[in-house]
Ligand binder design. Structure first.
Ligand code: DOR
Length: 435
């Protein structure tokens, strides 16, 4: 593998921000510093980082790669390429595949396909219940031994409180490399959302559409925080979307409970008013909420209540997304626009956005031995180089994802990935995937 030299940028990592070039060889960072101190003896491939920040590669806690089972919407290869284009070096693959990621063989298949694609470090999650049916726990210990750190029934919440209590109790006994596994909950009391297509509020009444009330999320956030208080097991709250959910997580953290949370780019940038045209592109679960909710989620990210920005990248084919709103599946693409949407939507310092996309999610996913590391000599070279000021519009035809369901075609984004480096090898150069 050729040496790499990333020149002219400013490094941003947990240790702060400084002007520095970066020399990479054999998968690791060899030197970081002023140009005269960072000069490989032989030849090196040069990546220009002028006007850019050089950060750890992004880590997504919430990616739907669709393979196995729905390869017409995405494959592990196309999703990994989309991830690399978005600056990601690691994604946690959600388990709502077909078959479900509830056995070692499916987990191994997903990991192996990720390795073969070689575009991103794909870490499969495991489901909490067999087939995500909500009735019987999966063999956590066996799946953890196969490397699973995050267990979730994402797409569904675990409805039965007794089963969720048992899941947390069971999880609290399991360690991978000395660390507990994490249960990640999709908070939705499904009895309250039957038939719902958008947020329940003023807009859904005006548009004549069935509503998904905020309380359906908040009840489960509340229940699970109380179960964490009882069991002591860690919980991660997925795609938190309402102001009250943010308050509940803030209070849980103030009480010292092991609760973490994520928010998606769409819940900090879009509101339920977007459903005015009845376009299925804006149908997502949990739904787009009100501006008050958007502002509360942004504030939660700014004060650290919400640990991470996670995409909930949910590819769907044009055929399914062109169905009428009530028949179209919920979900939107996220990987290739997450940075641009986040920087365009959040007033917080870029360093804090980097934290929410790198070392904080890396710690939650238990991948912080190789991702979200300081940009320093000796560390694994998983890096992202992005221009924080570039303004751009997404062109659906240029997406690396196999699907096209992005809600951002008419939105100006700010911040664009220029290069991504995975284990010392560039996966994206000047915005284009290398393979
Ligand atoms: O909008 C969503 N789509 N939310 C989810 O929780 C699941 C996802 C999907 O798999 O399409």
């Amino acid at each position: 593998m050729n040496d790499l030299l990333i020149i002219g940028g400013e490094v941003v990592d947990r240790q702060g921000r400084r002007r520095a070039d970066v020399h990479v060889a054999d998968g690791r960072i060899v030197a970081v510093g002023p140009p005269d101190e960072v000069s490989p003896a032989g030849g090196a491939t040069t990546l220009d980082a002028t006007g850019c920040l050089v950060t750890p590669g992004f880590v997504d806690l919430h990616t739907h790669l669709r393979e196995p089972g729905r390869e017409e919407a995405e494959t592990i290869e196309t999703g990994s390429r989309a991830a690399a284009k978005g600056g990601y070096t690691c994604v946690v693959a959600m388990p709502n595949t077909d078959p479900t990621q509830d056995t070692v063989s499916v987990i191994e298949f997903v990991r192996r396909q990720g390795e073969l694609a070689g575009l991103c470090d794909v870490r499969p999650s495991g489901s909490i219940t067999v087939g995500q049916a909500g009735t019987q726990l999966t063999p956590f210990a066996e799946l953890a031994a196969a490397g699973v750190r995050i267990f979730t029934d994402d797409g569904f919440g675990v409805q039965d409180p007794l089963l969720m209590r048992r899941a947390l109790e069971y999880a609290s006994d399991i360690r991978v490399d000395g660390r507990p596994i994490v249960l990640a909950q999709h908070c939705e009391v499904s009895r309250l959302t039957e038939g719902a297509v958008m947020h329940e509020g003023h807009c859904c009444s005006a548009f004549g559409l069935p509503g998904w009330p905020s309380i359906a999320e908040e009840l489960m956030v509340f229940r699970d925080i109380e179960l964490v208080r009882l069991t002591g097991a860690p919980l991660h709250v997925l795609h938190l979307s309402t102001a009250r959910s943010v308050e509940l997580v803030r209070a849980a953290k103030a009480d010292g409970l092991p609760v973490t949370a994520e928010a998606t780019p769409h819940h900090i940038s879009l509101t339920d008013e977007r459903l005015a045209g009845y376009s299925p592109i804006f149908r997502v679960n949990p739904p787009l909420r009100t501006m008050d909710d958007v502002e509360a989620v942004r504030a939660g990210l700014a004060d650290g209540t919400i640990d991470a920005i996670a995409t909930d990248h949910a590819p769907h084919t044009a055929e399914t997304k062109e169905r009428p709103l009530d028949q179209a599946p919920p979900g939107m693409l996220g990987l290739e626009t997450a940075l641009g949407v986040s920087l365009a939507s959040l007033a917080m310092p870029v360093e804090d956005v980097v934290a929410a996309m790198t070392w904080r999610p890396a710690a939650i996913a238990g991948v912080d031995d190789v991702h979200g590391r300081p940009v320093a000599a000796g560390e694994p070279a998983n890096l992202c180089v992005f221009d924080p000021d570039e303004r751009w519009h997404v062109q659906p035809g240029e997406l690396a994802s196999r699907s096209r369901n992005t809600p951002y075609v008419d939105v100006e984004l700010r911040g664009r990935v220029r290069h991504t480096v995975l284990a010392g090898s560039p996966t994206v150069v000047d915005g284009s995937p290398t393979r």
